[in-house]
Design a protein around this ligand. Structure first.
Ligand SMILES: C[S@@+](CC[C@H](N)C(=O)[O-])C[C@H]1O[C@@H](n2cnc3c(N)ncnc32)[C@H](O)[C@@H]1O
Ligand code: SF4
Length: 427
């Protein structure tokens, strides 16, 4: 696939392409139970394979010898399956700020959370999804509502910073059989005093058994507006399109870092003008690392204009676009931001104050729709392409049918344009 294209790329080249402080992301692609809605890169956990994987991961981390990082985010998959391996990873990644990890509710026990704290984690994200058993059954989750609730309670007792992930499925052909469940769950989180509630609309990836579906965007906007209204009455504020934070709580920022270096199979990195994606297939990833090469499968050289567009897009996710920071990174290109956002300001989607554009409620709704479009037009085709690596390696989850993935012309055009430049630079 794309391996030969990036064969000449050295870790020092990747590091040199970063134009500012970077966060670290580590991907642990193993789960003991595969949820049918989940698009992320993972395989069924096997003990021997995990030991080999962690050995490769440490080699990759040492290959870069980078740091200190501003923050660390460990995601998956189910990273909480392997606290003993993570204990070896953390000391190899120097971090000045937050160290966060995704926690499967089944692993949110007092003992395991205590171990995570002991090895250096400072923040956790509990993948509760819902506190209603019928909703959890609809999602085919491996835990029940009581376990999800207990995990959140234990996390609050153990960590300073706790995020809870909730999913809301409002596909029109599946009118909620559980009216009010989602809003009740949000209220529960607010009442418990969690630092952040992530309210994800269920994305239906074509290659998962949940398949493609039309979205009822108005209903989604309406539900998020209800969450926003509830937040205001319970001491919370909307800090990004899909997150609501306790007013005064420390920012939970490791997933919205402007620049990040990703380690592990399928991890991506954004350096400001360049975007890299590691091999998704575990065998290909481990083999490339063992041969002493960075395991990068895809390198898109975005350049200043597309790099700034990407940066701006993710800043907008967090509700604010800071023209000063864009100007520092992209020079005169940042002058384009004002005319580009003028129509949005005119339409009441953003307001401007001291060089920072803030999304209004209308702006958040618009962004919500664009984010979904980006997910289906860019992320899904990219991930489907990479998941084909699993198939070649014989480790794909049975239901991951890459042939069913969306692959519109937009992604193909962008990929061809940006990857061609990669070939000429790399060659
Ligand atoms: C890697 S998963 C969570 C980690 C852990 N394995 C777990 O399941 O609890 C990160 C989060 O992504 C969200 N997520 C997964 N699939 C999604 C989908 N199809 N649409 C929207 N959100 C999704 C879920 O809220 C999930 O908690
Ligand atoms: S949602 Fe979590 S547990 Fe379920 S398959 Fe995805 S990463 Fe694994």
């Amino acid at each position: 696939m794309t391996g030969p294209r990036v064969a000449g790329l050295r870790p020092s080249d990747v590091l040199a392409s970063f134009d500012g402080p970077l966060g670290a992301y580590v991907h642990i692609p193993f789960c003991e139970w595969i949820c049918p809605f989940c698009p992320y890169n993972k395989v069924l956990a096997r003990l021997g394979l995990a030991a080999d994987y962690f050995a490769a991961l440490l080699t990759e981390i040492d290959m870069y010898g980078a740091g200190p990082f501003t923050s660390l985010y460990v995601g998956g998959g189910t990273p909480t399956l392997y606290p003993q391996h993570l204990a070896e990873v953390l000391p190899r990644i120097p971090v000045t700020g937050e160290r966060a990890i995704e926690v499967l509710p089944l692993h949110g026990t007092v003992e395991r959370l205590g171990v995570l704290k002991e090895i250096g984690f400072t923040a956790v994200s509990i993948g509760a999804q819902s506190f209603h058993d019928p909703v959890l059954r609809h999602l085919h989750r491996p835990h029940d509502a009581a376990q999800a609730l207990a995990a959140v309670h234990h996390a609050l007792d153990t960590f300073e910073c706790v995020d809870v992930d909730l999913i809301v499925d409002v596909a029109p052909e599946e009118p909620s059989q559980h009216p009010g469940a989602f809003l009740t769950d949000v209220r529960t989180c607010f009442a418990m005093g969690v630092d952040q509630v992530s309210t994800y609309p269920l994305m239906r990836f074509g290659y998962t058994p949940f398949g493609e579906a039309r979205h009822n965007r108005h209903r989604e906007h309406e539900i998020l507006a209800q969450v926003d209204a509830l937040a205001r009455t319970m001491g919370y504020e909307r800090r990004s399109v899909w997150t609501f934070n306790r007013i005064g709580s420390a920012p939970y920022t490791s997933i919205t870092r402007r620049r990040f270096l990703g380690f592990g199979a399928g991890a991506s990195s954004f350096a400001g003008r360049d975007f890299y994606v590691n091999h998704f297939g575990l065998l290909t990833y481990m083999d490339t690392v063992r041969r002493g090469h960075p395991p990068i499968a895809k390198w898109l050289h975005l350049g200043r204009a597309a790099g700034m567009a990407y940066d701006t897009f993710w800043q907008a996710y967090s509700g604010g676009i800071d023209t000063g920071s864009l100007s520092d990174s992209y020079g005169r290109w940042a002058r384009l931001i004002r005319p580009a956002l003028a129509p949005l300001a005119g339409a009441g989607m953003v307001t401007r104050e001291d060089g920072v554009y803030r999304l209004t409620a209308r702006g958040f709704d618009q962004y919500h729709d664009i984010e979904r479009w980006v997910t289906y037009h860019f992320i899904e085709p990219l991930w489907a392409q990479m998941l084909a690596e699993h198939k070649r390696e014989g480790s794909h989850v049975p239901w991951a049918e890459t042939a069913n993935a969306r692959s519109g012309p937009t992604w193909r055009v962008v990929e061809r344009a940006l990857s061609r430049r990669v070939e000429s630079r790399a060659g």
